[in-house]
Design a binder for this molecule. Structure first.
Ligand SMILES: Cc1cc2nc3c(=O)[nH]c(=O)nc-3n(C[C@H](O)[C@H](O)[C@H](O)COP(=O)(O)O)c2cc1C
Length: 208
C-alpha cells in the first residue's frame, strides 16, 4: 500500500478593522473565504487573530533591545514575540483590511512591527536581509471606498502595496489580492459589488 504523507496546513486569519464583525464589509468577504476554505480543507487548522481583540499596541518605548535579547533566548512566550513565532509557524495567511487614508489600518502596521523580527521571520546576511518564511502563501482581502484601478490612483494605494512588499521581504512572495473597490461611490449598486466579491473570495478559497 502506498502511504503518502499528508501535511495539514495552518492558516492564520489576520483581521484588522475597528468595526464590529457584523458591520464590516471586508469581514463579510473574508469570512466567506474562510467558510469556503474550511469546507474544502476540513483537516487544516484555522487560527483567527482579530488584532483589536488581541489588544495589540505599538512597540513599547525602551523595549527594543529587550526584544533582541528575547529572540536570542528563543522566548516563545514573550508577550510581543509570541506573535512573530505564531506568524512564522503558519503556512498560509488571510489578511482582511479596509484601506484607511491610502494605507493600512494602523493596528495592522503595528502587527507588522511585531512580526517582522530579525532572527524569526527574516535574517541579516552578507548580501543584506533575507526572508525566512518560505513555501507559504498569502491572500489580502481588501475593500476600498474609491476606485484604484487607474494608473494615477494605483500609485496612491499604499495598503495592499505595502503588505505585498513587507510579506515579500519576509519571504512570502506568493501573495494574492482580492480587492473590492468603489464601495463608497454613491451611484454604485454596493449589494451587487459585495455579491461579486463574495463569489470571487469563495472561488479563490477553493484553490488556496
Ligand atoms: C478612517 C477611514 C479612512 C478611509 N480611507 C479611505 C481611503 O483612503 N481610500 C478609500 O478608498 N476608502 C477609504 N475609506 C473607506 C473604506 O476603506 C471603505 O468604506 C471600506 O469598504 C470599509 O470597509 P469595512 O466596511 O470593512 O469597514 C476609509 C474609511 C475609514 C473609516
Amino acid at each position: 500500500m502506498d502511504f503518502k504523507e499528508i501535511k495539514m496546513s495552518k492558516l492564520l486569519y489576520i483581521k484588522a478593522n475597528a468595526k464590529a464583525d457584523g458591520e464590516s464589509r471586508t469581514f463579510r468577504i473574508s469570512d466567506s473565504f474562510i467558510k469556503a476554505y474550511k469546507e474544502k480543507y476540513p483537516a487544516d487548522e484555522v487560527v483567527e487573530l482579530d488584532l483589536y481583540e488581541a489588544g495589540l499596541g505599538f512597540l513599547p518605548k525602551g523595549k527594543i533591545n529587550e526584544l533582541r535579547e528575547a529572540v536570542q533566548q528563543n522566548d516563545r512566550n514573550h508577550p510581543i514575540l509570541k506573535f512573530a513565532y505564531e506568524f512564522a509557524e503558519a503556512d498560509k495567511y488571510v489578511i482582511a483590511e479596509p484601506i484607511w487614508n491610502l494605507g493600512l489600518p494602523a493596528i495592522l502596521k503595528a502587527y507588522i512591527d511585531y512580526v517582522a523580527v530579525g532572527g524569526i521571520t527574516f535574517t541579516y546576511t552578507e548580501k543584506g536581509p533575507v526572508g525566512l518564511c518560505h513555501n507559504k502563501k498569502a491572500v489580502n482581502i481588501i475593500t476600498r471606498g474609491g476606485d484604484y484601478s487607474s494608473e494615477s490612483m494605483e500609485t496612491l494605494e499604499m495598503a495592499d502595496r505595502y503588505l505585498r512588499n513587507i510579506f515579500g521581504f519576509m519571504g512570502i512572495t506568493d501573495f494574492e489580492t482580492i480587492a473590492t473597490d468603489r464601495l463608497d461611490v454613491i451611484t454604485e449598486d454596493t449589494d451587487k459589488l459585495m455579491e461579486g466579491a463574495i463569489q470571487k473570495a469563495e472561488e479563490a478559497a477553493l484553490a488556496f
